[in-house]
Design a protein around this ligand. Structure first.
Ligand SMILES: Cc1cc2nc3c(=O)[nH]c(=O)nc-3n(C[C@H](O)[C@H](O)[C@H](O)COP(=O)(O)O)c2cc1C
Length: 193
């Protein structure tokens, strides 16, 4: 893999590798680990699902969750994808974080099955709960409704300023190409593995 093999736009390059992973049968290619940090710099990481790829990388969550508290205090994040198919690859993304518009959140909410919507309404993500029965009761109370999106649920977009595309090579002499935003474009440089 060399600079000339990659798209000059790293978002398009991510889309290409993501599509290749999915086409090759990678089980959950959209899973990405997102790292955030509190105002004090305390890091925290967890998987979410990439639900959009445009000028940034989009995921949806509960705005009352711990990750949301982090990004509201400190609107920066890093994300990483890892795929074994079609070849061993990792993509790292670093950027600033902004909420999606309410229209975008509504549009995605509408695609979620009713059961998932009810669970999101019943669960205040990352809050301590006395037991499973509390969640079950909150879901049961919703019956078979199709609840509207609560204000506390929506999306975030990681607006990237850096990417790294990693591809496994023999004897661990792997390829690493880093994109850094420069003006309106991107500078690409090779990193030692
Ligand atoms: C593969 C995978 C995908 C997940 N996708 C999401 C997601 O898209 N949104 C979300 O809020 N949580 C998702 N979760 C749950 C999160 O990992 C996490 O438990 C939850 O968001 C609470 O994180 P927080 O307390 O750091 O805010 C996913 C978990 C796994 C294992």
């Amino acid at each position: 893999m060399d600079v000339g093999d990659l798209d000059p736009d790293p978002l398009r390059q991510l889309d290409e590798w993501f599509g290749a992973a999915r086409a090759a049968g990678e089980t959950m290619p959209e899973a990405m680990c997102v790292a955030t940090a509190s105002r004090d710099g305390e890091p925290s990481a967890r998987y979410v699902l990439m639900r959009g790829l445009d000028e940034g990388v989009v995921f949806f969550t509960d705005y009352g969750s711990d990750k949301a508290r982090d990004v509201e205090e400190n609107p920066r994040a890093a994300a990483v994808f890892h795929w074994r198919l079609p070849v061993h690859r990792q993509v790292r993304v670093r950027g600033t974080v902004a909420r999606t518009t309410t229209e975008e959140s509504d549009r995605y909410w509408a695609t979620r099955p009713p059961g998932s919507r009810r669970s999101a309404v019943a669960s205040h993500q990352s809050s301590v709960v006395a037991g499973r029965h509390v969640l079950d009761a909150a879901v049961a109370a919703l019956g078979d409704t199709e609840p509207a999106r609560p204000d506390r649920w929506g999306g975030y977009r990681i607006l990237p300023w850096a990417f790294e595309f990693w591809e496994g090579r023999e004897n661990r002499l792997h390829d690493r190409l880093r994109y850094l935003r420069e003006g309106d474009g991107w500078r690409v440089e090779r990193l030692s593995p």
